[in-house]
Ligand binder design. Sequence first.
Ligand code: FES
Length: 165
Amino acid sequence: MTNPDGTDHMGATRRTLLRGAVVAGVAVPFLAACGEDSASPSAESSGGASSPSGNGGGGDTSPTSEAGGGGSAIATTADVPEGGGLILGDPQVVITQPTAGEFKGFSSICTHQGCPVDNVSDGTINCICHGSMFSIEDGSVVGGPAPSPLPEKQVTVTGSDITLA
Ligand code: FES
């Protein structure tokens, strides 16, 4: 009689302990999950606050790029005397006005040995290295050792602005 009673007590005692362990083991994850949940909302709210300020700074660049497009003029019509010309260093261009309102462009590099031309006077573009002279009308060789005309550079006049085409 003692054997069945002893076995039942021991068995009942072990089952009770096992059940208690299972309950305790299940309860710990719930507590941990609750702790994590309470910390998450504050982290998310701080991350979301930075997005609107990033969007606000992105739309202001267009007007600046449009203004830069109008800066390509290399000279104005007032810079180029009628019957004469204007020599530029960068870009290396000579702009001439053979007759009133007619503007032409040529390379400012002499076709003889590559000196930059020095001046425009009396209807010619002049290189002082060896005395070559070029017509302000078409860049053709008027005098000196230059073997070929100055290459033409297309220019466009818009209002008073002169740009390279
Ligand atoms: S380089 Fe111009 S005349 Fe010789």
